[in-house]
Ligand binder design. Structure first.
Ligand code: ADP
Ligand code: MG
Length: 629
């Protein structure tokens, strides 16, 4: 039997240190949190070589009294809790009294600290846990901690460190989260002698977020606000059109502390359903304020996953706040045109005239007999009509031009597709009757026309809109189905019998109630056949058997909860019943669509998350045409 030994103090301390200090980022987190707990208004972090070589944290907080400095470096030495009862209402970031001790054991640590009222401060050096210098020293109010050569005495730990750049990135991530969670503090980050981040410390979350995420991302954010009992939600979420390919910009803060919570992430992402494209993730900064006793924070310091006493309430609070934010704060994506070079700024008038003279005339200029003036002309700005006695429309060149124009027009417009028969058009008209501008109609919407048989062009007082007619109609249909699919179900004059595959048949007969919720009335007819008696009203004229087959396919998807399956049926119906891009639609209908879309903020995205409309502001156009600088 091997003999059981009590570990020497140095070894047990090294083991304990390993639990708190895993890498430079964990040292930075502890030091910066200490500065925050000390009431600092300004905190500067400097690192070299990813923090492995050098970490410095300087603050203007309360400082430590000369006599207390060595104690601060002892394990379980803390000024933040005194009794077991304090553990249930922790408001400071640190409380275990381990960080300074653990860091000092595995590095060469130096501290300068001074309390505001004291004449002298303290200089303290501790290397590998051993005190080297402890003396009075002149220093500014506040505390500076320098950690050099991390893990110099624990080569095994050193081996686990990644490349400098990777460690440095982890430090940056930790620091950025802290900076966002404390907008009232001004943070500065110097990385390898370059200042890479400063936050103003003006108390505004948006300012901190702006500094950390940059102008471009910040401009896509909409504010979040909500309350559910004692749960308070604030922060920002991105407009659905700006969801990203990864979850890289997702922050959850709980009572001012960065945490990870699957519940919060799921609630936010659920709220983006039907607004964001599939496979894209929202950017968000969700700040939760809860009563401290409803959260378990006494988890390992390096772990950030939290558990809530009431996960469902948190989910609901976040979900509702995000839904509201999207509904009220989202705006249509804007078209920003490329900046044109300042045309007149680049050349003299004479150069411009030269250039104009060299441009070959356009067909219109030819047709109308407009010729460019010669550069040497005395009246260089004028255009002249050719004098010709032939009546204008009789002229050979004009006739040619008009004929050519006619041909171009014929070629340019895609021929109506074969399905676009008069009866189809009539169906489209029926659909038009269904699209009524919703309440609170935007009186100022003016329908201009349609491009490529797909995009409606409309204007309001100060913006031009391009609307995808299919996406718009699909979303309107979807919203309607969600509201009243069952009520709007329509009996077929003659029931239609549909033969299905075995799997589809099973799906339909075992989901009769769900199909009824979506507006389909079906009956088991035996022999893999179902009888369809009613369909959603908006589908009249569509192929019933096609619809049932598609609905059945959506019901087969395994593992999807009922609400998800119902939603998928709504998508299918909404899409089927919607007018199609590339096909003829009456002007009346297009106009009604434009008005509906632009007066209802719930019609921003199609059910799959594609944008319904783009906006081009008058201002942007004026900039492009050089009317505005
Ligand atoms: P904890 O933060 O869990 O209390 P630490 O080992 O991180 O433990 O710090 C020990 C103590 O040292 C703290 O409780 C605090 O009193 C003091 N301290 C550490 N850093 C600072 C600082 N930057 N400013 C003022 N006091 C500090
Ligand atoms: Mg601490």
């Amino acid at each position: 039997m091997p003999k059981i030994n009590l570990l020497p103090k140095e070894i047990s301390e090294l083991i304990a240190a390993g639990e708190v200090v895993e890498r430079p980022a964990s040292v930075v987190k502890e030091l910066v949190e200490n500065s925050i707990d000390a009431g600092a208004k300004h905190i500067t972090l400097e690192i070299k070589r990813g923090g492995i070589l050098y970490i410095r944290v300087t603050d203007d907080g309360c400082g430590i009294a000369y006599a207390d400095v060595p104690t601060a470096f002892l394990r379980h030495a803390t000024s933040k809790i005194k009794s077991a009862g304090d553990l249930d209402r922790i408001s400071s970031l640190g409380f275990r009294g381990e960080a300074l001790a653990a860091t000092a054991v595995v590095s060469k640590t130096e501290m300068f600290t001074k309390q505001a009222g004291d004449v002298f401060g303290t200089r303290y050096i501790i290397e590998g846990g051993e005190q080297k210098i402890y003396e009075e020293s002149g220093c500014p109010d506040g505390t500076t901690v320098v950690v050099k050569d991390l893990f110099y005495n624990t080569p095994a730990r050193m081996k686990f460190l990644k490349r400098d750049i990777t460690e440095g990135n982890s430090v940056a991530a930790v620091f950025e989260r802290i900076a966002i969670s404390h907008p009232e503090i001004s943070f500065k980050f110097i990385r390898d002698e370059k200042t890479v981040l400063t936050t103003p410390g003006d108390g505004k979350l948006y300012s901190a977020v702006y500094s950390v995420l940059g102008r471009e991302t910040a401009s896509t954010l909409i504010p979040l606000a909500g309350q559910e009992g004692t749960v308070k939600v604030s922060g920002f979420v991105c407009k659905p059109a700006f969801c990203r390919k990864s979850r890289s910009v997702q922050y959850v803060f709980l009572n001012g502390r960065y945490v990870q919570s699957n519940t919060v992430t799921a609630a936010v992402e659920q709220a983006y359903k039907n607004s964001a494209m599939i496979g894209r993730f929202p950017a968000f900064i969700v700040c939760l304020e809860l009563l401290p006793e409803t959260v378990d924070v006494n988890v390992h310091p390096a772990k950030t996953q939290v558990r809530f006493a009431d996960e469902k309430r948190i989910f609901d609070a976040v979900y509702v706040s995000v839904k509201n934010a999207i509904a009220t704060g989202d705006t249509r994506p804007e078209i920003i045109l490329n900046k044109q070079p300042a045309y007149f700024g680049r050349m003299t008038t004479e150069e411009y005239r030269q250039q104009v003279a060299n441009i070959p005339p356009t067909p219109a200029e030819k047709a109308y007999g407009i010729t460019n003036s010669k550069p040497e002309s005395k009246t260089p700005n004028s255009f002249s009509f050719k004098s010709d006695n032939t009546p204008f429309f009789e002229r050979k060149d004009v006739k040619e031009f008009l004929n050519a124009g006619q041909k171009t027009a014929e070629q340019g417009v895609p021929a109506p597709e074969p399905e676009n028969t008069p009866s189809e058009v009539a169906t489209a008209d029926d659909k038009a009757a269904e699209i009524q501008p919703s309440q609170g109609e935007n009186e100022d919407v003016r329908y201009i026309g349609e491009a490529f048989l797909t995009y409606i062009i409309a204007e309001t007082e100060d913006s031009l809109y391009l609307i995808d007619k299919h996406a718009a109609h699909e979303r309107i249909n979807y919203n309607k189905l969600k509201k009243s699919a069952r009520a709007e179900s329509q009996q077929l004059l003659l029931p239609v019998s549909v033969r299905l595959s075995g799997e589809e048949y099973d799906a339909v007969i075992s989901n009769e109630a769900l199909l009824a919720d979506a507006g389909f009335e079906t009956e088991d007819f035996g022999n893999s056949t179902v009888l369809v008696r009613a369909v959603p009203g908006m589908l009249s004229g569509e192929d019933v058997s096609d619809m049932i087959v598609e609905a059945a396919k959506n019901l087969i998807i395994k593992g999807a909860p009922e609400s998800e399956r119902l939603d998928r049926i709504y998508y299918t119906v909404a899409c089927k019943a919607a007018i199609k891009g590339g096909k003829y639609t009456t002007e009346k209908e297009l106009e009604a669509l434009a008005k509906t879309v632009l007066s209802d903020n719930d019609i921003m995205y199609c059910p799959h998350g594609r944008p319904v409309a783009f906006k081009l502001t008058r201002k942007e156009l004026e900039k492009q045409f050089g009317r505005r600088i």
